[in-house]
Design a protein. Structure first.
Length: 184
């Protein structure tokens, strides 16, 4: 990857700190303990939490928010436990995900998930399950009430957040090429 430092965003660390609160990516001294303990880094050569923190420190917002790697984190929090500086690479990655979504970048699945939540008030509809005796069961056959979702009330609450604009941005830009796997 070629990094163009002229295009760095000098406010990225401040934006990240605004979202994170106490975690400070500037405290990272690149010991690599987060990456060496990361289960995703073991199977994905393009996911290196310590490098994501370093690129955040360098202000490479345009690179990071378009990078598919920020969506690979499985949120196991091993990086948080291993970091001697309490940087919490997971939280830096989480902040980058928020900034990416606000800018209209995400994976196709995130865009679909947010749209489903907006439209139906839930991420997935209730499903038919199979019991240990291989019988099909629904909420009704299990004696559970049907889900009641006040989508209009939910939307009124969500209107007070950035979610409607994020969904709009993601849905406008969700065309994904084979070269660029992120929605833009």
């Amino acid at each position: 990857m070629v990094l163009v430092l002229e295009k760095r965003d000098k406010t990225l660390v401040e934006e990240t700190l605004r979202i994170l609160g106490e975690q400070d990516p500037l405290a990272c001294y690149q010991c690599n303990k987060c990456t060496s303990g990361c289960p995703i880094a073991l199977v994905r050569q393009d996911f290196r939490p310590h490098l994501i923190v370093q690129q955040t420190r360098m202000g490479l917002k345009d690179v990071l928010i378009k990078e598919e790697a920020i969506w690979f984190c499985c949120q196991c929090l091993k990086c948080v436990a291993r970091c001697p500086q309490k940087v919490a690479p997971y939280e830096v990655i989480f902040a980058l995900r928020i900034l990416a979504a606000e800018a209209g970048y995400s994976t196709k699945n995130i865009a679909k998930l947010l749209q489903a939540f907006w439209n139906k008030g839930m991420i997935t509809a209730p499903m038919i399950i199979v019991t240990k005796d291989f019988a099909e069961a629904t909420r009704q056959t299990l004696g559970l009430p049907a889900p009641v979702v006040d989508t209009e009330g939910l939307r009124k609450v969500l209107q007070t957040t950035k979610l409607p604009k994020i969904i709009e941005n993601l849905m406008e830009r969700k065309k994904v090429s084979k070269k660029d796997k992120l929605s833009k």
